[in-house]
Write a protein that binds this ligand. Structure first.
Ligand code: UDP
Length: 354
């Protein structure tokens, strides 16, 4: 079974790292990797290959920038070329980025079966580029690896049980990654802030591309940093550009994006996570930290239901109130929501037998 994996963005490197390790251990499975180039800065891409031992990509497409349509279209052309040349038995895609959609679409048009890791997640907000990508990718996949029971239920509601596809609750590969790499956590170079800081991330288009939301979030971060606890923000390159363009000033501890081992170190020592990331919401939970999410919806509803995460949108007052209410609370991960770290081996096993 010859697999062709498509990755291109930071969260995909983290997810693929554990699945690729499990694939290597499966006799009868071989993997080739395409890196689309969607994320290309050394600290958004190369560092993850080095730290997490991801096999070197067989194909580097170097496609980034431009509009969503342009980026996805260019990826589609190049990925199809590789597929025609390599003739894989199956294509493996992760998550919800433009690389995911381009990979799944190229495969579907060539009648190559597609396995989707992180299938079935929904925010029910079609304004999010990720929601469009994940819905279309699910439609083109014949193996749907759902990270949660909620994701399974979403697919059932959309009629997937009547289709000739496999829908499997694999658990979440991000829990595998968090558990595997936790013991290798590493202090970011030069980091000297005492435990209990607020670890923030900010990069969702709905926040960065809307000047009103962005200003309100920047105000909240500055106030929290001044009055509650130091805010540490590894700033996504896109957000950095948007903040400069909007003429805003972030008066918090800004650091460059860190590697995954450094991110885990920060997660282990912070007093609260304040984020609009998908993955970081769960990582807060894996490391027993309360989370405040600067979004109006989340795909990870189970964390809101058990009180580990709260949605506060982009309103400055709501963000400040939610953070002051929850900072330094301890959250308990019962180990059952996300599969407990067995997802990657389950997925590799299913791929072998597909
Ligand atoms: N991450 C990282 N370094 C950083 C910020 C985030 O390694 O400076 C990791 C984070 O721990 C998580 C992943 O990147 O595993 C999440 O990626 P991101 O927030 O970019 O994407 P999303 O999950 O929202 O799709």
């Amino acid at each position: 079974m010859k697999l062709l994996t498509i990755i291109g963005a930071r969260p995909q490197f983290i997810k693929a790292s554990v699945v690729s390790k499990a694939i290597v251990e499966e006799p009868g499975l071989s993997e080739q990797i395409i890196h689309t180039g969607q994320h290309f800065d050394a600290n958004m891409s190369e560092i993850f290959f080095e730290q997490l031992g991801i096999p070197r990509p067989n194909f580097q497409l170097d496609i980034h920038g431009g509009s969503h349509g342009e980026m996805t279209g260019r990826m589609l052309i190049e990925i199809e070329r590789v597929m025609l040349q390599e003739k894989p038995d199956r294509v493996l895609v992760y998550g919800d980025t433009n690389s995911t959609l381009a990979g799944a679409l190229a495969a579907a048009k060539l009648h190559i079966p597609v396995a989707h890791v992180e299938a079935g997640l929904r925010s029910f907000n079609m304004q999010m580029p990720e929601e469009v990508n994940r819905i279309l990718t699910d439609q083109m996949s014949d193996m749907l690896f759902c990270p949660t029971q909620t994701a399974m239920n979403n697919l059932a509601k959309e009629g997937f049980l009547e289709k000739p596809v496999k829908i499997l609750n694999s658990g979440d590969v991000m829990q595998d990654s968090a558990m595997l790499f936790a013991r290798h956590a590493s202090r970011p170079a030069g980091f000297g802030i005492a435990e209990g800081f607020i670890l923030a991330t900010l990069h969702r288009a709905e926040n960065t591309d809307d000047p009103i939301r962005l200003r309100s979030i920047v105000d909240a971060l500055n106030t929290i940093h001044r009055t509650l606890a130091p805010v540490v923000l590894p700033l996504h390159p896109r957000t950095r550009n948007m903040i400069v363009q909007a003429g805003l000033v972030l008066e918090v501890n800004l650091i460059d994006p860190v590697g995954y081992l450094e991110m885990i170190w920060l997660l282990q020592r912070c007093g609260l996570v304040l984020t609009d990331s998908g993955g970081v919401q769960k990582e807060a939970f894996f490391f027993s930290k309360p989370c405040v999410t600067m979004r109006d919806q989340t795909e990870w509803v189970e964390l809101v239901e058990i009180g580990a995460n709260v949605l506060c949108g982009a309103d400055s007052g709501s963000i400040i109130a939610a953070v002051s209410d929850r900072v330094n609370h301890v959250v308990h991960d019962s180990g059952c929501l996300y599969g407990g770290g067995q997802a990657a081996s389950f997925i590799a096993d299913c791929l072998t037998n597909s």
